[in-house]
Design a binder for this molecule. Structure first.
Ligand code: F6P
Length: 343
């Protein structure tokens, strides 16, 4: 078989491990792997694809980014582009495509599945917000970056008796904030799923101070909903899938200014931004990316198409892509409550 592989959407640590797994499994099974460059953009126009050979995937397991490149190109916006996709898939003789991506990238895969193209999805997003799968490639590494950053913020916050606010990614879900915050011992975590009054945060910081804890680490997710912070709807810059630039809201900056004004405590903000997406994947991400990449090729050989290779507990199960997209997986409230015990 000629099996295409692409990475779409925001990059995440572990993409190269997944590409390597797909390609190596193709070799095992006598298939020819075809790399599609820059997400769905690689199947538009004249197309941008090439046969992948063993040297292409040698030495990439530990590398961040993606050797195939990525983009947020959305061909669903026009019928002409959907036709370009299907035309190129036929012209390049692709028997099936392993699509490594999150909700947006997989929504295109879902449409192709409806049109009779053989696709298998591999869950990827540092946000970890894809439904029907417990885990998405890149999430563990991103949460690890947050935990390490909080360790560093603790020492400087403690030395200066300051409040330090860390703004983290996650889009409209608080997974990165809650996992990173739990692992890094945050003193308060603010996430989109749980609206919190800033007064409560300030009172908590002051209570800690009165108890002799002269510093506090506050984690805030970029998508948090607070009266004082500009709403998502007010942001004009959107990507091709209609998502607003949440970094433009500056929630960390606003929150730190309010905390300083209301508590009188010196406060600083650190926006972790794309540090959370860059660099080497964790061992956990490498192992799951490897398992999922191999499983995707095995599903293709089994004739199981239109599915996501989903993580359920410690197992991999096929779930229809259409069930995984279009509704965000929210943070489990019990996990948030667990973090609160340690505030
Ligand atoms: O979806 C992954 C993500 O990193 C979000 O957490 C964040 O809101 C967004 O992508 C940032 O996108 P960009 O790469 O366009 O800055």
């Amino acid at each position: 078989m000629r099996i295409g592989v692409l990475t779409g959407g925001g990059d995440a640590p572990g993409l190269n491990a997944a590409i390597r797994a797909v390609v190596r499994r193709c070799f095992d099974r006598g298939d020819q792997p075809i790399g599609i460059r820059n997400g769905w953009a690689g199947l538009l126009g004249k197309g941008d694809v090439r046969v992948l050979t063993p040297p292409d995937v040698s030495g990439i397991l530990h590398l961040g980014g993606t050797i195939l490149g990525t983009s947020r190109t959305n061909p669903l916006k026009s019928q002409a582009e959907i036709e370009q996709l299907t035309g190129n898939i036929a012209a390049f003789g692709l028997d099936a495509i392993a699509v490594i991506g999150g909700d947006d990238t997989l929504s295109v895969a879902c449409r192709l599945d409806e049109l009779g193209i053989r696709v298998v999805g591999i869950p990827k997003t540092v946000d970890n917000d894809l439904s029907e799968t417990d885990y998405c490639i890149g999430f563990d590494s991103a949460a690890g970056v947050v935990a390490e950053a909080l360790d560093r913020l603790h020492t400087t916050a403690s030395a200066h008796h300051r409040v330090l606010v860390a703004e983290v990614m996650g889009r409209d879900a608080g997974w990165v904030a809650v996992f990173g915050g739990l692992a890094g011992g945050a003193d308060f975590i603010l996430i989109p799923e749980v609206p919190v009054d800033i007064d409560r945060v300030c009172e908590h910081i002051q209570r800690r101070f009165a108890l002799g804890k002269e510093f506090s680490i506050i984690v805030v997710a970029e998508g948090v909903v607070m009266r004082e912070v500009v709403s998502k709807e007010a942001i004009r810059e959107v990507d091709e899938f209609g998502h607003v630039r949440l970094d433009r809201r500056g929630v960390g900056e606003t929150l730190s200014r309010i905390i300083e004004d209301r508590t009188g405590l010196e406060t600083r903000v650190t926006v972790l931004g794309h540090l959370q997406r860059g660099g080497s994947p964790s061992a956990f991400d490498r192992v799951w990316a490897t398992r999922l990449g191999v499983a995707a090729v095995d599903f293709i050989h089994a004739g199981t198409y239109g599915v996501l290779v989903a993580v359920r507990g410690n197992r991999i199960e096929p779930v229809p892509i259409r069930d995984a997209i279009g509704r965000m997986k929210q943070v489990d409230p019990s996990l948030y409550q667990l973090a609160e015990i340690f505030y």
